[in-house]
Structure formats: C-alpha cells, structure tokens
Design a protein around this ligand. Structure first.
Ligand code: HEM
Length: 418
C-alpha cells in the first residue's frame, strides 16, 4: 500500500485505488447482467411484437423505418390472456431491479474508460468504439425507460422510436462485448482470486490499493440489497392483488384506485385526452364498416345484440397491470358479422373519439378479432363503464398491450387493408 502522488490524473493507473476492483467482481456483476439483460432484451422485443407493427396500413407502427429490424415479427397471440402482463411486467420490473447491478458494473470497470492511449491499433480502436455504444446505449435505454414509466416524457420526440432504435444499438454492442469478454469472465469466476496488479491482464486490479472498507462479498451484498429494495417497491404493480400496495415507486400501479366496479387503474383520463361528456351522450353512434357495408348503432342498439362476458386484465407498456376484470359487451366477431364478415372475420381498424393521442387509431389482427373473449365492452364488473374507462364502449382483447384496448370507440372498419 502506498500514497498516491498529489494531482494524479484519472488516466494514471495509480488514481484508481479501490482494492475491490478486479476481474472477479467485474465477472460476477457481468454474469448477473448477462442473464438479466438477455431477459430484458427478449421481453422488450416481445413488447414490440405485441403491438403488431407489421399490420397492413401501419397504424400501429411508430417506427415505419424499421426495415430489417422488424425481421422477427410474428402474429401476437391472444393466449394465455395474461401474456402481456407477464412479459411487460418482467421487462419493467427487471429494468428497475438491475439499476444497482449496472451502476456497480460500470464502477468496477471505470479505470478502463480512462486508459491511454485511447487506441493502440485499428482493432483496439474498433473495440473502444463498441464500448462507447455499449455504455452510451445502456445508459440511454435505462434512462428513457425509467423516465417513461415515471410518466416524465421529457425526451425529444416519441418514446417508441427512441427506445426501439436505441435497443438495437445496445443489443449489437452488448453481443460484441459478451463474445469478447465471456472467456475472461469465466476464467475469473473459476480462479476466484484476483491476480496481483503486475500479473492482471484486465488492468482492473489497483496498482496502489487503498485500505479496504468493505469486503468484495460485502459490496456485492449491498448491490443485491439495493436491487431487492427496488424490486420490492415496484413489482407489486404487475403482480397485483395485495402486493399492489407495496409498489411505492410506481406512479399508477401502487395508487389506490378507490372502490366500486370501475375502481382499477387508468392511464389517461377522458379529460386529459380531450374527450367531452357531450360527445359520449345519447347522440353517440358506433359506425361499423367493412365488405362494402356500413351499419350505425346506438348504445341501446348494441345492448340488443348477444352480450358476452370475459375476465381480462389491462396491461400497460409502462409495466403496471390490473387483475382480471369482468367485462361485458358484444363480441368483435359478431360485429364483423353485422357487415357480412363473420365467417372468417378479418382484422379491424378501431377509431376513438379522443381528438389526440398516439393511439387514437389502432389496428387489431384477425386472430384478435376472432377470439371469443375479444369484446366491444359496454360494462365492467356488472356496472356501466365509467367515462374514464371508455364509456360508451371500449375494446378489450386478451393478451394485448393496454393502448390497443381503445377507449371511447366511434368507428370499427373491418378488412385487411385500410
Ligand atoms: C450492460 C452491460 C455491460 C456494460 C455496460 C459493460 C461495460 C464494460 C466496460 C465499459 C468494460 C471495460 C472495457 C475495457 O476497456 O476493456 C467492461 C469490461 C468487462 N466486462 Fe463488461 N459490461 C456489461 C456486461 C458484461 C457482461 C454481460 C459480461 C460477462 C460476460 C461482462 C464482462 C466483462 C469483463 C470480464 C470485463 C473485463 C475484461 C477486460 O477488460 O479484459 N460485461 N465492461
């Protein structure tokens, strides 16, 4: 142990003195991130697929320039009905929980970000550029994701393209990093002990180590405890039931929605989206179009059609979800039958009364229309829908992201092309 000379710059190896840094700590944190970020990436890409952005007409597509990045898209299924609750709950909860692990990983390798010369060869320069994309990409994804779930839409432009394209940059850089570093990480985990600074090929072991104030395991324990606290104060918004009240960090999920059949979470109120009570009164009509035919129905007219029930949740892209609610209303496929398209009901374009909002028009695929649980809901929990839940009529589809469950529906256009 020695004293650091005064005015040592961070580019000097003797500036970084924590005796905890070394390949073992970095490898342990890396192993946790490898599992966590892989799951985060898979659930994130699934969330993108859940919007059906490849549907004809592109109404659901907030990233029309995606090109080959949409290569893997598939028809999002309607079962199990809690599918999006699970995938998006995992995505958001995991993103929050991994924050301490990510910060600890960055702390563990910070001396390497200051090493000089910045590039020793072309290969080394390329590798360092990939690190820029890795660190920049991960910070960008975490910051935009966390801001979005806290309803702080401060970033320029829409969240969807930013988080989507950012994710692909990050995933590419992450894959390169794992391929390059996995052998070293495996060796460090096997050896368990860090080599002395002189023999350390990672450059992470301090040349002039300071006195330890905590053991490596103690430091990992602190990181784990931080992750656990974040998990315990956010997961309840997706788990639901009694656990909802533990979601102290969730702006929607943990809030008590009051009592009564309409007492469950709402993302945007009617007032926030400019829906006025007079637009939803007795003069409201639903237009159903398709196959060259058009039908207009009042709410009383809808109530004369066969009524069905379905127990389905609302699951938001921001991670919160409700428990199953008992919806009542008319099957979407029965509405397709009104315009002669019942036998093999096609997809539908749904339009809302709401004058603004990114999803005031949304498309559903044929498998979603045909599912007997997909309803134009008129009631919930045996009561009329409240205005904030979409009165006079709203869509409810199993396993679909919340925003595709359009509220205040005014028009349904059945057909594959719009
Ligand atoms: C978001 C995730 C991650 C970020 C932001 C990140 C960031 C970094 C950075 C900036 C370095 C220093 C690189 C250098 O200049 O050499 C590094 C080194 C390292 N990383 Fe990661 N990392 C991540 C995930 C992982 C994973 C999943 C593993 C496990 C396979 C891993 C294992 C390592 C190892 C063993 C080193 C030290 C190797 C050496 O320098 O020889 N990292 N990481």
């Amino acid at each position: 142990m020695g004293d650091r000379p005064p005015l040592t710059p961070p580019t000097s190896p003797s500036f970084w003195r924590s005796p905890l840094r070394g390949p073992w700590l970095t490898a342990v944190l890396g192993a946790v991130l490898l599992a966590g970020i892989t799951l985060l990436s898979v659930t994130g890409l699934l969330s993108y697929a859940a919007y059906n952005p490849d549907l004809a007409g592109g109404v659901n597509d907030k990233t029309p320039g995606k090109g080959l990045l949409g290569f893997y898209l598939f028809s999002w299924p309607t079962g199990p009905h809690w599918l999006y609750r699970l995938t998006q709950g995992l995505h958001v909860t995991l993103g929050i929980t991994l924050v301490p692990v990510l910060l600890a990983k960055l702390w563990s390798v910070i001396p390497k970000l200051f090493t000089l010369p910045p590039a020793r060869s072309v290969g080394h320069a390329l590798e360092r550029m990939s690190l820029l994309l890795l660190v920049g990409g991960v910070l960008f994804e975490f910051v935009t994701g966390l801001l979005n779930i806290q309803l702080e839409y401060v970033f320029p432009g829409s969240f969807y393209p930013l988080h989507f394209y950012g994710a692909w940059v990050f995933i590419g850089a992450f894959a390169v990093h794992v391929v390059l570093r996995l052998p070293r990480a495996v060796r460090a985990l096997r050896e368990r002990r860090d080599p002395p600074a002189a023999a350390d090929d990672t450059g992470l072991v301090a040349a002039l180590p300071d006195r330890p104030t905590v053991t490596r395991r103690g430091a990992l324990g602190l990181v784990g405890a931080g992750a656990l606290v974040l998990f315990a104060t956010s997961a309840g918004q997706s788990i639901g039931g009694w656990w909802r009240r533990t979601a102290l960090l969730a702006p929607h999920g943990g809030r008590d929605p009051g009592s009564g059949p309409n007492a469950f979470q709402i993302n945007k109120t009617a007032a926030a989206l400019g829906v006025r009570a007079r637009d939803t009164g007795d003069d409201w009509r639903l237009t159903v179009e398709g196959g060259g035919r058009r039908v207009r129905l009042s709410r009383a007219g809808l109530l004369t059609l066969p009524q069905h029930e379905a127990a389905l949740p609302i699951a938001c892209v921001e991670g919160w979800s409700t428990d199953d609610q008992q919806w009542g209303g008319v099957r979407l496929r029965d509405l397709a039958a009104l315009v002669g398209l019942g036998a093999h009901a096609p997809g539908v374009l749904v339009e809302s009364l709401q004058p603004h909002g990114a999803f005031r028009r949304a498309a559903l695929r044929d498998n979603q229309v045909r599912d007997p649980r997909s309803l134009l809901a008129l009631r919930v929990g045996g009561a009329e829908l409240s205005l904030d839940h979409g009165y006079p009529a709203r869509i409810i589809v199993p396993a679909a992201p919340g925003v595709l469950n359009t509220k205040w529906v005014s028009r349904l256009t059945f057909g594959e092309e719009w």
